[in-house]
Each structure stands twice: as structure tokens, then as C-alpha cells.
Design a protein around this ligand. Structure first.
Ligand code: ARG
Length: 468
């Protein structure tokens, strides 16, 4: 088969080389972006009088026909044509003849692939943002539904202080909000058109890159043609934002894996979202959460692949960069799938509030409350900490909770303790005493839930109108 670049060659490409260098097996998924870019490029060429408007129309019609063929599954992708760009171009020549050969005027596959990737990524960012907002909405729904329920908050996985279940869910809403805004920020740097940079140096022909940029909805065009074809920072940034999302997902998964264990028994994941053991008939395992936790491996791996591919590459385009695609495709697919499935799993999980509350009886969760109480009586915090430590030690030895200590016994530790202390001990009392902004105080959590409901509703409306 004749190669588009075959003019200076005297020998046929070895079939091993064809197989080794092809990317059509994976970059075919960029077809719609490649065609969209080519249509914009042809229009620009016509506006700059580099092709006639008749030729432009023929090219556009041909490209649309190819798109249909690909979408109906009848397009014959060929590895001899290396990549998506040349597969489409040669099919265009077959369809409309020599006029198709004008399409690649003032363009190189180097700016073409950079364009396709940016267009693809812009859409992926949009899809991931929609999935994040949908997961956030489910977390807020859970927060609201948890009402007044309390669970032990942990540090070092040890019982620490009581927290509202709603406060716990909102912590993840905040995390995913940072992820969403990181994606929006990343999109700013993705949304720059590289088309018109050509191979690396620009062209001697009179083209107007700002026309293609505008037609394709980019916010701006490249400033430097060398940079435009060499830059993959946007892929690195995208892959790192997705890695951070996978960190957040894995933390949630880990928590729920622990909470679903018999030792905790804080929740019950629906049978339809668990799997069993092939040998132990009694088992119900949280495999979905474990796999999702494990997905970090490939998402971080993809980021490291990209960083390694780009490291030390001299300017400008190098073929190494062809290796970037599978990594970002995989990270994007993985994260989208995880966000969707996690939302469904959460919906199908029953939280065992009674067990959470029973667990609050252990671990002296209200101890810090007594320390704070003494501070209000003028005791320096380090001293009150010491006093309460001693009280806890005694309770531990007697196997009782702080709320069971008599006023007389309390007074032995500090004469400043009075009966009003009992209003602040016991987790249900203690949690109501929280006052600081952003704390787990029930009234503050309720307000935050309402604020998040409004914010997410607005966000969803914006998405429906297609401006995220
Ligand atoms: N398939 C290549 C890639 O993914 C784009 C083509 C650039 N190839 C070239 N020989 N200049 O990066």
C-alpha cells in the first residue's frame, strides 16, 4: 500500500515495523475530533483562498461520509495507514479523488494530533465534571438523610471525637469539589488551539489559525509553533488531576471496606454490589470497593508513564509522544467508571446508625469536651489536658464512661468542675457544644448541607445548559 509519506522511500516498510509503529488500534477513538478538526481546517483554507469553496464543500461532504461509515461500523481501519489521521485522509482520497490531497495544506500530523487530543480532553473533562457533581449530589443526599445521627470520628483509626454522619459525608463533597475545580483549571490550558503550528515552525502560506480556533470553540491559539506541537503538559496535568481523584476515591473505599467488616459493622452494602468467595460459603466481600481502591495503581501508573515519556524529549515533536494516548485514555475511562459505580454503590448501602452510635460509647469521645470545659473555668489547656487524662485513666481502670463519674469524684481531680459539666458530656450532649466555624456542630452541618444542595442544584442546571 502506498504511504502518504512514501515519496523518498525506495523500499517497502517491513511488516514488523508497520505493526510496531501503528497507532490506529487505539487512536481510532479520536476519529470524531479528527474529522471536526479537518472540517474547520478546510473552512479556514477556503477563507484564506488556499482552496476554492467548491473544493472545501467536497472535502467536508467526504469527511462527513467517512464519519457515518465509522459510526455504522463499516469503515475499514488499516494499520498500513498508521494512525487515525492517515486512515481518514486516504479514505477521503478514495471517496473524492485528488481534491482530498489539498486538505493537508498547511498542516502536519504533529499539530493535528495535538489538536485531536485537546478536543478529546475538553469533552472528557466535561464528562468527568458531570460525574463528580452527580457523586457529590449523592453524598449530600446521604448527609441529609443521616439527620441527627452520630458516629465516632477517628484519628490514627482510633476513636477520637464524635462527629455528625452528615459532616463525614460533606468532607468528601469538599474533596470532590477541589477535584472539579482542578479540572476546570486544567481545561483552561487544554482549551488552546495548536492548529496552524504545522510540523513545528509554522508555514510560508498565508493561514489564519485564529479562524480554526474560533470554529472549534477554543479560547485562544498557540503563541509559539514549536511549543504547540511539543507541549503535552495538558496531558500531564489531566493525568495528575485524575490521580488525585483516584486518591480520594481510594480513601472512601478503604473506609467503607473497614466499616463493612464485622469489627465495625457500620454499614451493609447491597448484595448486588458485593461478591462472594468460591470456597467460604458465608462470605460477602466488598470487591467493588477493593477494585476501585486498586485502580489507583493504573491511574498513578499512567501519570508516571506520561512523565517518563516526556522526560528529556528534545524539541519539538518526537514519535515517543504517540505513547501518551493509551495512558490518558485509560485514566479517563477508569475514573469515569469509578465515579459512576461509586455513586450507585453508595445509594445501595444501608448505614447502620445504631452500631455507629453504640461504637460512640467506646473510647471516651467526649474527653476533649471536659478539657475545653476546664479552659472556660480558666485552667490553661495543657493543665486541663493532664487533668482529663487522669480522669480517663481512672475510668479505664473502673470500666466506666466519663458520664458515669460522680460530681464528687470529678471534684477530686479539679474543684472547678461543677454539675453543669454533665451538660457537655456524653457524645449527644458534647457534639451540640461545638461552636467553631466548619465544625461538626449539628446546626452548622445542617446549614452546610442546605448550602451544598443549592450549589449543586445550580451546578446541575448550568451543566444542562452546557456551560460548566
Ligand atoms: N500518530 C502520531 C502520534 O500519535 C501522530 C503522527 C505524527 N507522526 C509523525 N511521524 N510526525 O503522536
Amino acid at each position: 500500500m502506498k504511504k502518504a509519506w512514501g515519496g523518498r522511500f525506495t523500499k517497502k516498510t517491513a511488516s514488523l515495523v508497520e505493526t510496531f509503529t501503528e497507532s490506529i488500534s487505539f487512536d481510532r477513538r479520536l476519529y470524531a475530533y479528527d474529522i471536526k478538526g479537518s472540517i474547520a481546517h478546510a473552512s479556514m483554507l477556503a477563507q484564506c483562498n488556499l482552496i476554492s469553496s467548491k473544493e472545501c464543500k467536497a472535502i467536508i461532504k467526504g469527511l462527513k461520509g467517512i464519519q457515518k461509515e465509522i459510526e455504522t461500523g463499516t469503515f475499514p481501519f488499516k494499520s498500513e495507514h498508521e494512525d487515525i489521521h492517515m486512515n481518514i485522509e486516504s479514505a477521503l482520497v478514495d471517496r473524492i479523488g485528488d481534491v482530498a490531497k489539498k486538505l493537508h495544506t498547511a498542516r502536519s500530523r504533529n499539530d493535528q494530533i495535538a489538536l485531536d487530543l485537546r478536543l478529546w480532553m475538553r469533552d472528557q473533562i466535561q464528562e468527568i465534571i458531570v460525574a463528580i457533581v452527580s457523586l457529590q449530589s449523592e453524598l449530600v443526599t446521604q448527609a441529609k438523610a443521616s439527620g441527627k445521627h452520630i458516629l465516632p470520628g477517628f484519628t490514627h483509626l482510633q476513636h477520637a471525637q464524635p462527629i455528625m454522619v452528615g459532616h463525614y459525608f460533606l468532607a468528601y463533597v469538599e474533596m470532590f469539589e477541589r477535584d472539579r475545580t482542578r479540572l476546570i483549571d486544567c481545561r483552561k490550558r487544554v482549551n488552546v488551539s495548536p492548529l496552524g503550528a504545522c510540523a513545528l515552525a509554522g508555514t510560508t502560506l498565508h493561514i489564519k489559525p485564529e479562524i480554526t480556533a474560533k470554529l472549534l470553540g477554543f479560547a485562544s491559539t498557540f503563541e509559539n509553533s514549536i511549543d504547540a506541537v511539543s507541549d503535552r503538559d495538558f496531558s500531564l496535568e489531566f493525568a495528575s488531576v485524575l490521580s488525585i481523584i483516584s486518591v480520594h476515591l481510594s480513601r472512601f473505599c478503604e473506609e467503607w471496606i473497614i466499616w463493612s467488616s464485622q469489627g465495625f459493622d457500620f454499614l451493609d452494602i447491597d448484595d448486588s454490589y458485593c461478591t462472594g468467595s468460591s470456597i467460604m460459603p458465608q462470605k460477602k466481600n466488598p470487591d467493588v470497593l477493593e477494585i476501585m481502591r486498586g485502580k489507583c495503581g493504573r491511574v498513578y501508573g499512567n501519570l508516571f508513564s506520561l512523565l517518563t515519556i516526556m522526560k528529556g524529549l528534545p524539541l519539538s515533536y518526537n514519535r515517543d509522544m504517540q505513547e501518551d494516548k493509551e495512558a490518558i485514555f485509560d485514566s479517563s475511562d477508569t475514573i469515569k467508571e469509578c465515579l459512576v459505580i461509586l455513586k450507585e454503590l453508595i445509594k445501595k448501602t444501608t448505614l447502620k446508625f445504631d452500631n455507629m452510635e453504640k461504637s460512640c460509647e467506646k473510647g471516651f469521645l467526649d474527653a476533649t469536651g471536659i478539657a475545653d470545659y476546664l479552659v472556660t473555668k480558666g485552667v490553661p489547656f495543657r493543665q486541663s489536658h493532664e487533668i482529663v487524662g487522669k480522669i480517663v485513666k481512672k475510668c479505664n481502670a473502673n470500666g466506666i464512661g466519663l458520664q458515669n463519674v460522680s460530681l464528687k469524684d470529678f471534684k477530686e481531680f479539679s474543684p472547678l468542675i461543677d454539675k453543669d459539666l454533665y451538660k457537655t458530656i456524653g457524645v449527644a450532649n458534647y457534639i451540640k457544644q461545638y461552636k467553631s466555624p466548619g465544625s461538626t456542630a449539628p446546626a452548622s452541618v445542617r446549614k452546610k448541607i442546605a448550602a451544598w444542595e443549592r450549589r449543586l442544584q445550580k451546578q446541575t442546571l448550568k451543566q444542562e445548559k452546557k456551560f460548566v
